[in-house]
Ligand binder design. Structure first.
Ligand code: TRP
Length: 346
């Protein structure tokens, strides 16, 4: 039977937040602890982060450490998964170069995630080629490790589609060499958590995040600044649930057990919503509930994070880099053999 190999990763552009947590990190922990997978690679994609942050190398460099700390704090275990840094694996760049032949400019420009990102950023002087090509480099990331399973948030589906196209095209031209991967999406309904302000996505650049490193006080302040229903002015007013970020978050994070512990007078979330809709339930009550839940989830992570040193992180990554590089170089050898680029090796 084929082994089950996972590869996934994040761009280091800041600390990770609860959007990452529900969108992908929780899923990774479950994968790691399920025992269902043979090998798990988790990559800090610093080279990819530079494609739209090439003028901020310090930020990307610092964020490598921050993200690795977040990984260890949420419970990713170096004994069970290989955490490594993209730029330490030069084989990925070489693979990217060969894959570039297999993708057209038109195809790259059609990628919906890239399109959305382009609309958000303003590359003043024009579109850098490196940014447009990152989906090709992502294909190198995935195929170099012969990953057949890629746990990601839904915004990464276009990258998986692009990867599959390159794999098929490569195998058709050069013979069966690369493995076609599938995405593994998170199970919970809310895969893309909106920001505190209700804007499309929780994102550092929009300043609407709760970080895994936030203290209980910070979490509380942020929750109390959240967008609810602007027409719900007095406690007695009838309130709206749709578009009310506090309820959007409660839908994602509030379990039956949380409700029992923090607001036992309601038997389920529906009861709470109905009360809010009828009127008589104030924003303070629902915000307090959400703050308590988020503190309950995040404080064990932020506490553990404080105990992790930079040396410890560097040590984990160095060991990971060695293992990852070994695997990527084996794949590169196969690729060069298939492409008849190995005439000087015997
Ligand atoms: N594009 C991903 C992100 O923005 C990061 C990433 C890079 C990745 N290479 C990958 C994810 C390979 C999965 C597989 O978060």
């Amino acid at each position: 039977m084929n082994s089950k190999i996972i590869l996934t990763g994040d761009r280091p552009t800041g600390k990770l937040h609860i959007g990452h947590y529900v969108g992908s990190l929780k899923n990774r922990i479950e994968c790691q602890n399920s025992g269902k997978y043979d090998i798990i690679f988790i990559m800090i994609a610093n080279a990819q982060a530079l494609t739209d942050n090439f003028k901020s190398p310090e930020k990307v460099c610092e964020s490598v450490i921050e993200v690795a700390k977040d990984y260890l704090a949420i419970g990713l275990d170096p004994k069970k998964c290989t955490m490594f840094v993209q730029s330490e694996i030069p084989e990925l760049t070489e693979l990217t170069f060969y894959y570039m032949n297999l993708v057209t400019l038109e195809r790259l420009k059609r990628n919906p995630t890239v399109k959305q990102e382009l609309a958000q950023k303003n590359f003043g002087t024009g579109l850098p080629v490196g940014f447009l090509c990152y989906p090709i480099s992502q294909c190198a990331d995935i195929t170099a490790f012969e990953a057949n399973i890629v746990p990601v948030g839904e915004d990464q589906l276009p990258m998986l589609e692009q990867t599959r196209e390159i794999v098929r095209s490569f195998n058709a031209i050069y013979g069966d060499t690369l493995i076609e991967p599938t995405a593994l999406l998170p199970s919970k309904t809310c895969m893309r958590l909106p920001g505190l302000d209700g804007k499309s996505k929780m994102s550092k650049s929009l300043g609407n995040c709760i970080y895994l490193a936030d203290t209980p006080e910070e979490i509380k302040t942020k929750v109390f600044s959240m967008y609810t229903d602007p027409e719900h002015v007095h406690v007695a007013d009838a309130g709206k649930i749709e578009g009310n970020m506090v309820f959007t978050y409660l839908d994602v994070f509030c379990t039956q057990e949380h409700l029992k512990r923090f607001l036992p007078e309601y038997s389920n979330l529906e009861d709470l919503k109905n009360h809010y809709k009828r009127g008589g339930l104030g924003d303070v009550t629902i915000k307090n509930l959400l703050a308590k839940i988020l503190i309950d989830i995040i404080s064990p992570i932020s506490q553990k994070r404080l105990t992790i040193t930079n040396e410890q992180v560097l040590d984990v990554l160095k060991k990971g880099n060695i293992i990852a590089r070994q695997k990527a170089s084996e794949t590169l050898k196969k690729v060069k053999h298939a492409m008849k680029l190995d005439m000087f090796n015997n």
